[in-house]
Design a protein around this ligand. Structure first.
Ligand code: SAH
Length: 360
Protein backbone atom coordinates (compact mmCIF):
# COMPACT_ATOMS: atom_id res chain seq x y z
CA UNK A 1 0.00 0.00 0.00
CA UNK A 2 1.15 3.48 -0.85
CA UNK A 3 0.33 5.38 2.32
CA UNK A 4 2.06 8.59 1.36
CA UNK A 5 0.16 8.86 -1.94
CA UNK A 6 -3.10 8.15 -0.11
CA UNK A 7 -2.47 10.70 2.62
CA UNK A 8 -1.38 13.44 0.25
CA UNK A 9 -4.42 12.81 -1.97
CA UNK A 10 -6.76 13.00 1.01
CA UNK A 11 -5.20 16.29 2.10
CA UNK A 12 -5.39 17.74 -1.38
CA UNK A 13 -9.05 16.76 -1.75
CA UNK A 14 -9.91 18.19 1.67
CA UNK A 15 -8.16 21.49 0.96
CA UNK A 16 -9.38 22.05 -2.61
CA UNK A 17 -12.19 24.44 -3.51
CA UNK A 18 -13.00 22.00 -6.24
CA UNK A 19 -11.23 18.64 -5.93
CA UNK A 20 -9.81 16.92 -8.99
CA UNK A 21 -12.07 14.28 -10.45
CA UNK A 22 -9.06 11.96 -10.83
CA UNK A 23 -8.27 12.24 -7.10
CA UNK A 24 -11.81 11.29 -6.15
CA UNK A 25 -11.80 8.44 -8.62
CA UNK A 26 -8.54 7.12 -7.21
CA UNK A 27 -9.91 7.23 -3.66
CA UNK A 28 -13.19 5.59 -4.69
CA UNK A 29 -11.17 2.80 -6.29
CA UNK A 30 -9.23 1.85 -3.15
CA UNK A 31 -9.85 -1.69 -1.91
CA UNK A 32 -7.10 -2.45 0.60
CA UNK A 33 -8.61 -2.69 4.10
CA UNK A 34 -5.88 -0.60 5.71
CA UNK A 35 -6.25 2.10 3.07
CA UNK A 36 -9.99 2.15 3.50
CA UNK A 37 -9.53 2.46 7.26
CA UNK A 38 -7.41 5.58 6.68
CA UNK A 39 -10.06 7.16 4.44
CA UNK A 40 -12.81 6.49 7.00
CA UNK A 41 -10.66 7.80 9.82
CA UNK A 42 -9.93 10.98 7.89
CA UNK A 43 -13.66 11.48 7.27
CA UNK A 44 -14.35 10.84 10.94
CA UNK A 45 -11.89 13.58 11.88
CA UNK A 46 -13.45 16.05 9.43
CA UNK A 47 -16.87 15.19 10.91
CA UNK A 48 -15.57 15.78 14.46
CA UNK A 49 -13.96 19.07 13.47
CA UNK A 50 -16.91 20.54 11.55
CA UNK A 51 -19.93 18.94 13.23
CA UNK A 52 -18.82 17.74 16.66
CA UNK A 53 -19.63 14.38 18.23
CA UNK A 54 -23.42 14.63 18.05
CA UNK A 55 -25.76 12.36 16.15
CA UNK A 56 -29.03 14.05 15.22
CA UNK A 57 -32.28 12.12 14.92
CA UNK A 58 -34.99 12.68 12.33
CA UNK A 59 -38.25 10.79 12.87
CA UNK A 60 -39.56 9.51 9.54
CA UNK A 61 -43.26 9.03 8.77
CA UNK A 62 -43.87 7.37 5.41
CA UNK A 63 -47.38 8.64 4.95
CA UNK A 64 -48.30 7.41 1.46
CA UNK A 65 -46.97 4.60 -0.70
CA UNK A 66 -48.88 5.66 -3.81
CA UNK A 67 -46.56 6.74 -6.59
CA UNK A 68 -47.06 7.94 -10.15
CA UNK A 69 -43.48 7.19 -11.23
CA UNK A 70 -41.73 4.10 -12.52
CA UNK A 71 -38.17 4.49 -11.23
CA UNK A 72 -36.35 1.34 -12.33
CA UNK A 73 -34.91 0.63 -8.87
CA UNK A 74 -37.85 1.40 -6.60
CA UNK A 75 -40.39 -1.10 -5.27
CA UNK A 76 -43.04 1.63 -5.03
CA UNK A 77 -43.05 2.01 -8.83
CA UNK A 78 -46.54 2.56 -10.24
CA UNK A 79 -46.35 -0.67 -12.24
CA UNK A 80 -45.95 -2.81 -9.10
CA UNK A 81 -49.54 -4.01 -8.75
CA UNK A 82 -48.67 -6.61 -6.09
CA UNK A 83 -47.91 -4.02 -3.45
CA UNK A 84 -50.91 -3.01 -1.31
CA UNK A 85 -50.96 0.77 -1.17
CA UNK A 86 -51.87 2.93 1.82
CA UNK A 87 -52.29 6.56 2.70
CA UNK A 88 -52.29 7.74 6.33
CA UNK A 89 -54.90 10.25 7.43
CA UNK A 90 -54.06 13.45 9.30
CA UNK A 91 -54.94 11.95 12.70
CA UNK A 92 -52.56 9.03 12.17
CA UNK A 93 -49.78 11.38 11.14
CA UNK A 94 -50.41 13.68 14.11
CA UNK A 95 -50.26 10.65 16.43
CA UNK A 96 -46.87 9.76 14.92
CA UNK A 97 -45.75 13.38 15.38
CA UNK A 98 -46.75 13.14 19.03
CA UNK A 99 -44.61 10.04 19.45
CA UNK A 100 -41.65 11.71 17.79
CA UNK A 101 -41.95 14.80 19.99
CA UNK A 102 -42.51 12.54 23.01
CA UNK A 103 -39.17 10.87 22.28
CA UNK A 104 -37.46 14.28 22.46
CA UNK A 105 -36.75 14.16 18.72
CA UNK A 106 -37.00 17.60 17.10
CA UNK A 107 -37.56 16.77 13.44
CA UNK A 108 -40.38 15.01 11.64
CA UNK A 109 -39.74 13.88 8.06
CA UNK A 110 -42.93 13.46 6.06
CA UNK A 111 -42.10 11.18 3.17
CA UNK A 112 -44.23 9.60 0.45
CA UNK A 113 -44.17 8.35 -3.09
CA UNK A 114 -45.18 10.93 -5.68
CA UNK A 115 -48.80 10.46 -4.77
CA UNK A 116 -50.96 11.92 -7.58
CA UNK A 117 -53.75 12.51 -5.07
CA UNK A 118 -51.70 14.44 -2.56
CA UNK A 119 -53.72 17.61 -2.01
CA UNK A 120 -51.30 20.49 -1.38
CA UNK A 121 -53.84 22.26 0.81
CA UNK A 122 -54.29 19.14 2.93
CA UNK A 123 -50.53 18.97 3.48
CA UNK A 124 -50.46 22.68 4.23
CA UNK A 125 -53.09 22.25 6.95
CA UNK A 126 -51.19 19.29 8.35
CA UNK A 127 -47.98 21.33 8.58
CA UNK A 128 -49.90 24.09 10.38
CA UNK A 129 -51.27 21.56 12.89
CA UNK A 130 -47.89 19.94 13.50
CA UNK A 131 -46.25 23.32 13.98
CA UNK A 132 -48.91 24.57 16.38
CA UNK A 133 -49.01 21.42 18.52
CA UNK A 134 -45.41 20.26 18.65
CA UNK A 135 -41.93 21.68 18.85
CA UNK A 136 -40.84 20.03 15.62
CA UNK A 137 -38.91 21.06 12.55
CA UNK A 138 -40.75 19.76 9.49
CA UNK A 139 -38.91 18.11 6.61
CA UNK A 140 -40.89 17.22 3.51
CA UNK A 141 -39.94 14.52 1.00
CA UNK A 142 -42.80 14.15 -1.43
CA UNK A 143 -40.96 14.43 -4.72
CA UNK A 144 -41.30 16.80 -7.65
CA UNK A 145 -44.04 19.39 -7.28
CA UNK A 146 -44.83 22.84 -8.64
CA UNK A 147 -43.12 25.92 -7.26
CA UNK A 148 -46.52 27.00 -6.02
CA UNK A 149 -46.86 23.89 -3.84
CA UNK A 150 -43.34 24.28 -2.49
CA UNK A 151 -44.18 27.91 -1.70
CA UNK A 152 -47.46 27.02 -0.01
CA UNK A 153 -45.75 24.62 2.38
CA UNK A 154 -42.74 26.82 3.05
CA UNK A 155 -44.99 29.78 3.82
CA UNK A 156 -46.61 27.90 6.72
CA UNK A 157 -43.26 26.92 8.17
CA UNK A 158 -41.99 23.76 6.49
CA UNK A 159 -38.29 23.96 7.26
CA UNK A 160 -36.55 21.45 5.03
CA UNK A 161 -37.00 19.38 1.89
CA UNK A 162 -35.35 16.16 0.76
CA UNK A 163 -35.09 15.44 -2.94
CA UNK A 164 -32.27 13.17 -3.98
CA UNK A 165 -30.72 13.70 -7.39
CA UNK A 166 -30.16 9.90 -7.29
CA UNK A 167 -27.37 10.32 -9.87
CA UNK A 168 -25.90 13.55 -11.21
CA UNK A 169 -25.34 11.93 -14.61
CA UNK A 170 -28.10 13.15 -16.90
CA UNK A 171 -28.02 10.09 -19.16
CA UNK A 172 -27.97 7.59 -16.33
CA UNK A 173 -30.69 9.57 -14.55
CA UNK A 174 -32.96 9.51 -17.58
CA UNK A 175 -32.34 5.80 -18.23
CA UNK A 176 -33.45 5.00 -14.66
CA UNK A 177 -36.45 7.34 -14.61
CA UNK A 178 -38.79 6.83 -17.57
CA UNK A 179 -40.95 9.89 -18.23
CA UNK A 180 -38.95 12.02 -15.82
CA UNK A 181 -36.41 14.67 -16.70
CA UNK A 182 -33.09 15.60 -15.16
CA UNK A 183 -33.72 19.26 -15.98
CA UNK A 184 -36.97 19.13 -14.02
CA UNK A 185 -35.17 17.56 -11.03
CA UNK A 186 -32.65 20.42 -11.06
CA UNK A 187 -35.47 22.95 -11.37
CA UNK A 188 -37.09 21.55 -8.23
CA UNK A 189 -33.84 21.62 -6.26
CA UNK A 190 -33.21 25.21 -7.35
CA UNK A 191 -36.70 26.37 -6.41
CA UNK A 192 -36.53 24.72 -3.01
CA UNK A 193 -33.33 26.57 -2.29
CA UNK A 194 -34.79 29.86 -3.57
CA UNK A 195 -37.75 29.49 -1.27
CA UNK A 196 -35.47 29.21 1.74
CA UNK A 197 -35.82 25.53 2.50
CA UNK A 198 -32.84 23.76 3.98
CA UNK A 199 -32.30 21.35 1.12
CA UNK A 200 -31.23 17.74 1.27
CA UNK A 201 -30.22 15.74 -1.75
CA UNK A 202 -28.17 12.61 -2.28
CA UNK A 203 -27.54 9.63 -4.48
CA UNK A 204 -27.82 5.89 -4.81
CA UNK A 205 -24.51 4.02 -4.97
CA UNK A 206 -24.11 0.81 -6.95
CA UNK A 207 -26.67 1.43 -9.68
CA UNK A 208 -26.48 -0.63 -12.82
CA UNK A 209 -24.09 1.00 -15.25
CA UNK A 210 -22.72 3.52 -12.72
CA UNK A 211 -18.97 4.16 -12.92
CA UNK A 212 -16.59 5.46 -10.26
CA UNK A 213 -16.27 8.60 -12.35
CA UNK A 214 -20.02 9.18 -12.13
CA UNK A 215 -19.92 8.76 -8.37
CA UNK A 216 -16.96 11.17 -8.20
CA UNK A 217 -19.08 13.66 -10.17
CA UNK A 218 -21.96 13.15 -7.73
CA UNK A 219 -19.64 14.25 -4.93
CA UNK A 220 -18.64 17.36 -6.91
CA UNK A 221 -22.32 18.03 -7.59
CA UNK A 222 -23.02 17.91 -3.85
CA UNK A 223 -20.25 20.39 -3.21
CA UNK A 224 -21.32 22.79 -5.97
CA UNK A 225 -24.88 22.87 -4.71
CA UNK A 226 -23.90 23.36 -1.08
CA UNK A 227 -26.70 21.09 0.17
CA UNK A 228 -27.53 21.17 3.87
CA UNK A 229 -28.02 17.42 4.00
CA UNK A 230 -26.94 14.58 1.72
CA UNK A 231 -28.33 11.05 1.86
CA UNK A 232 -26.07 8.39 0.38
CA UNK A 233 -27.71 5.00 0.11
CA UNK A 234 -26.61 1.68 -1.35
CA UNK A 235 -28.70 0.22 -4.17
CA UNK A 236 -30.72 -2.78 -2.98
CA UNK A 237 -32.51 -4.75 -5.73
CA UNK A 238 -36.27 -5.18 -5.40
CA UNK A 239 -37.98 -8.21 -6.95
CA UNK A 240 -40.80 -6.21 -8.54
CA UNK A 241 -38.54 -3.88 -10.52
CA UNK A 242 -36.65 -3.90 -13.79
CA UNK A 243 -33.41 -4.15 -11.80
CA UNK A 244 -34.48 -7.25 -9.86
CA UNK A 245 -31.60 -9.37 -11.17
CA UNK A 246 -28.86 -6.83 -10.42
CA UNK A 247 -26.57 -7.22 -7.43
CA UNK A 248 -26.79 -5.04 -4.38
CA UNK A 249 -24.28 -2.24 -3.87
CA UNK A 250 -20.84 -2.89 -2.49
CA UNK A 251 -20.71 -1.86 1.17
CA UNK A 252 -17.22 -0.38 0.96
CA UNK A 253 -18.05 1.66 -2.14
CA UNK A 254 -21.03 3.12 -0.26
CA UNK A 255 -18.87 3.93 2.77
CA UNK A 256 -16.16 5.47 0.56
CA UNK A 257 -18.76 7.70 -1.11
CA UNK A 258 -20.05 8.77 2.30
CA UNK A 259 -16.55 9.40 3.65
CA UNK A 260 -15.48 11.44 0.61
CA UNK A 261 -18.70 13.43 0.68
CA UNK A 262 -17.86 14.34 4.27
CA UNK A 263 -14.27 15.25 3.42
CA UNK A 264 -15.37 17.41 0.48
CA UNK A 265 -18.54 19.04 1.86
CA UNK A 266 -17.43 19.40 5.51
CA UNK A 267 -20.37 20.64 7.63
CA UNK A 268 -23.27 18.78 6.01
CA UNK A 269 -25.78 16.53 7.73
CA UNK A 270 -25.05 13.04 6.45
CA UNK A 271 -27.33 10.23 7.58
CA UNK A 272 -26.25 6.66 8.14
CA UNK A 273 -29.19 5.69 5.95
CA UNK A 274 -31.80 3.04 6.61
CA UNK A 275 -30.61 1.37 3.39
CA UNK A 276 -27.13 1.09 4.93
CA UNK A 277 -28.82 -0.60 7.87
CA UNK A 278 -30.61 -2.99 5.51
CA UNK A 279 -27.70 -4.31 3.47
CA UNK A 280 -27.84 -7.80 4.93
CA UNK A 281 -26.60 -6.57 8.30
CA UNK A 282 -26.81 -3.24 10.06
CA UNK A 283 -23.91 -1.16 8.79
CA UNK A 284 -25.14 2.15 10.18
CA UNK A 285 -22.39 2.12 12.83
CA UNK A 286 -19.80 1.82 10.07
CA UNK A 287 -21.48 4.78 8.37
CA UNK A 288 -21.34 6.83 11.57
CA UNK A 289 -17.63 6.05 11.83
CA UNK A 290 -17.00 7.08 8.22
CA UNK A 291 -18.46 10.58 8.33
CA UNK A 292 -22.19 10.25 9.07
CA UNK A 293 -23.89 12.23 11.86
CA UNK A 294 -27.64 11.60 11.45
CA UNK A 295 -29.96 8.64 12.08
CA UNK A 296 -33.50 8.45 10.77
CA UNK A 297 -35.65 6.25 13.02
CA UNK A 298 -38.89 5.05 11.49
CA UNK A 299 -42.17 6.28 13.02
CA UNK A 300 -44.52 4.94 10.36
CA UNK A 301 -47.30 3.27 12.35
CA UNK A 302 -48.18 -0.40 12.08
CA UNK A 303 -49.62 -2.16 10.16
CA UNK A 304 -48.51 0.05 7.26
CA UNK A 305 -44.79 -0.06 7.71
CA UNK A 306 -44.03 -3.12 5.62
CA UNK A 307 -45.92 -1.71 2.65
CA UNK A 308 -43.52 1.20 2.17
CA UNK A 309 -41.29 -1.24 0.39
CA UNK A 310 -38.84 0.85 -1.64
CA UNK A 311 -36.40 -2.09 -1.34
CA UNK A 312 -36.71 -5.48 0.39
CA UNK A 313 -35.27 -6.39 3.80
CA UNK A 314 -35.83 -2.88 5.13
CA UNK A 315 -34.90 -2.88 8.76
CA UNK A 316 -37.31 -2.59 11.71
CA UNK A 317 -40.47 -3.31 9.73
CA UNK A 318 -41.93 -5.36 12.58
CA UNK A 319 -41.01 -2.92 15.32
CA UNK A 320 -43.44 -0.38 16.68
CA UNK A 321 -43.00 3.35 16.38
CA UNK A 322 -41.15 4.58 19.43
CA UNK A 323 -39.01 1.45 19.81
CA UNK A 324 -36.14 3.34 18.26
CA UNK A 325 -35.16 5.76 21.04
CA UNK A 326 -33.21 3.32 23.25
CA UNK A 327 -31.74 1.64 20.19
CA UNK A 328 -30.32 4.97 18.95
CA UNK A 329 -28.79 5.70 22.37
CA UNK A 330 -27.17 2.26 22.45
CA UNK A 331 -25.76 2.64 18.95
CA UNK A 332 -24.26 6.05 19.80
CA UNK A 333 -22.79 4.72 23.05
CA UNK A 334 -21.15 1.79 21.27
CA UNK A 335 -19.08 4.14 19.16
CA UNK A 336 -18.40 6.79 21.82
CA UNK A 337 -20.74 9.33 20.38
CA UNK A 338 -23.84 11.01 21.74
CA UNK A 339 -27.34 11.70 20.54
CA UNK A 340 -27.82 15.44 20.12
CA UNK A 341 -31.38 16.43 20.95
CA UNK A 342 -31.13 19.96 19.57
CA UNK A 343 -33.24 20.85 16.52
CA UNK A 344 -30.35 20.30 14.13
CA UNK A 345 -30.98 23.08 11.62
CA UNK A 346 -28.43 23.59 8.89
CA UNK A 347 -24.77 23.95 9.84
CA UNK A 348 -24.17 25.97 6.67
CA UNK A 349 -24.27 29.74 6.28
CA UNK A 350 -23.50 30.28 9.96
CA UNK A 351 -26.14 27.83 11.14
CA UNK A 352 -29.01 30.15 10.32
CA UNK A 353 -32.40 28.65 9.78
CA UNK A 354 -32.16 29.08 6.06
CA UNK A 355 -34.48 32.08 6.15
CA UNK A 356 -32.11 34.43 4.42
CA UNK A 357 -32.40 34.86 0.71
CA UNK A 358 -36.05 33.91 0.60
CA UNK A 359 -37.78 35.63 -2.24
CA UNK A 360 -41.19 34.10 -2.22
N1 SAH B 1 -40.93 10.28 -3.74
C1 SAH B 1 -39.90 10.86 -2.92
C2 SAH B 1 -39.32 9.85 -1.95
C3 SAH B 1 -38.65 8.71 -2.61
S1 SAH B 1 -38.29 7.27 -1.63
C4 SAH B 1 -38.87 11.48 -3.82
O1 SAH B 1 -38.94 11.33 -5.04
O2 SAH B 1 -37.98 12.15 -3.31
C5 SAH B 1 -36.79 7.76 -0.88
C6 SAH B 1 -35.50 7.26 -1.51
O3 SAH B 1 -35.44 5.85 -1.56
C7 SAH B 1 -35.26 7.64 -2.94
O4 SAH B 1 -34.82 8.95 -3.06
C8 SAH B 1 -34.21 6.64 -3.39
O5 SAH B 1 -32.90 7.19 -3.30
C9 SAH B 1 -34.34 5.51 -2.38
N2 SAH B 1 -34.55 4.20 -3.02
C10 SAH B 1 -35.61 3.79 -3.73
N3 SAH B 1 -35.44 2.53 -4.18
C11 SAH B 1 -34.24 2.13 -3.74
C12 SAH B 1 -33.48 0.91 -3.88
N4 SAH B 1 -33.95 -0.12 -4.55
N5 SAH B 1 -32.26 0.84 -3.27
C13 SAH B 1 -31.78 1.89 -2.58
N6 SAH B 1 -32.44 3.05 -2.43
C14 SAH B 1 -33.66 3.17 -3.00
Amino acid sequence: MNTSKLKSTLKRVAAANRPELADLEYLLGLTDDRELALVYQYADEVRAQYCGSGIWLRGVVEFSSYCRNNCLYCGLNAGNKDLPRYRLNAEEILAAAEQIAGGAIKTIVLQSGEDPELDPLWLRDLIIKIKSRFDLAVTLSVGERSRQDYYLWRAVGADRYLLKIETSDRKLYESLHPDMSFTQRLRCLGELKDLGYQVGSGNIVGLKGQSLKQIARDILFFQENDFDMIGIGPFIPHQATALAAESKADLQLTLKTLALTRIVTKNTYLPATTALGSLGADYRREGLKAGANVLMPNFTPQPYRKYYEIYPGKRCINENAGDCGPCMEIMAGQINRNIDYSVGHTLKRGGEHGQKGTNY
